[in-house]
Design a protein around this ligand. Structure first.
Ligand code: IMP
Ligand code: MG
Length: 173
C-alpha cells in the first residue's frame, strides 16, 4: 500500500467537521419512532461508525452488501450478496453509502428497501461523484462532492486496500 502516490482530497479535519453537521441535521429531520441506520458494506463502515456516534437518539444498526465493482471498474450489474437481518417495515430508515457514482447501486437499493415499506427512507452518502446524472436528487445528505476520479480512503478501497486511511484521496495522475 503506497500512500506516497495519493493526493488528499478531503482531510481528516474536514471530515470530522462535516460529520457533526450531518449528524445534527439528520437528528433534526428524522421523525420520532424507531430508527434503523443501514450501512452498505464494505465501503460505508467507517463513515457509518463515526456518524452514528455523533447521534444521541436511540437507533439500530443493520447492514447489507451489494457488489458491482471488480478491479476498480463497474461491471454494470448490481448483485445483492447479503441482506438485512430484520424487517424495516414501518421504521425510519437512513441508508448510508460511501459514494454515489453512476447511482446504479443506489437506485437498486432504494427499490429493494422501498419494497419493505419503511415509514421513512433517506440516504446519506459520504461522497458524491458528479457524473452529470440526475442521481444527486436521490441523496438527502452528501458529505462532499468529489471530482470524476477514483477515490480511496475512509472506507473506500482499491482492490481491497486503502480503506483504513483517515482521509479521502485520489491516486496522482
Ligand atoms: P455506482 O453504482 O456507480 O453509483 O457506484 C457505487 C459504488 O461503487 C459505491 O458504493 C462504491 O462501492 C463503488 N465506487 C464507485 N466509485 C468509487 C471510487 O471512486 N472509489 C471507490 N469505490 C467506488
Ligand atoms: Mg459501495
Amino acid at each position: 500500500m503506497d500512500c506516497s502516490k495519493i493526493e488528499v482530497l478531503v482531510s481528516e479535519r474536514e471530515i470530522e467537521k462535516r460529520l457533526s453537521e450531518l449528524a445534527h441535521q439528520i437528528e433534526q429531520d428524522f421523525p420520532q419512532g424507531e430508527m434503523v441506520v443501514v450501512g452498505v458494506l464494505k465501503g460505508s463502515f467507517i463513515f457509518m461508525a463515526d456518524l452514528v456516534r455523533r447521534m444521541t437518539r436511540p437507533l439500530a444498526c443493520d447492514f447489507l452488501r451489494v457488489s458491482s465493482y471488480e478491479n476498480d471498474h463497474s461491471t454494470g450489474v448490481v448483485r445483492m450478496e447479503f441482506d438485512l437481518t430484520q424487517s424495516v417495515e414501518g421504521k425510519h430508515v437512513l441508508l448510508v453509502e460511501d459514494i454515489v457514482d453512476s447511482g446504479r447501486t443506489l437506485r437498486y437499493l432504494l427499490k429493494h428497501l422501498q419494497a419493505s415499506q419503511p415509514a421513512t427512507l433517506k440516504v446519506a452518502s459520504l461522497l458524491f461523484k458528479e457524473m452529470g446524472t440526475d442521481s444527486r436528487k436521490l441523496v438527502d445528505y452528501v458529505g462532499f462532492e468529489v471530482p470524476k476520479r477514483y477515490v480511496v480512503g475512509y472506507g473506500l478501497d482499491s482492490n481491497g486496500l486503502y480503506r483504513s486511511l483517515p482521509y479521502v484521496g485520489a491516486f496522482l495522475e
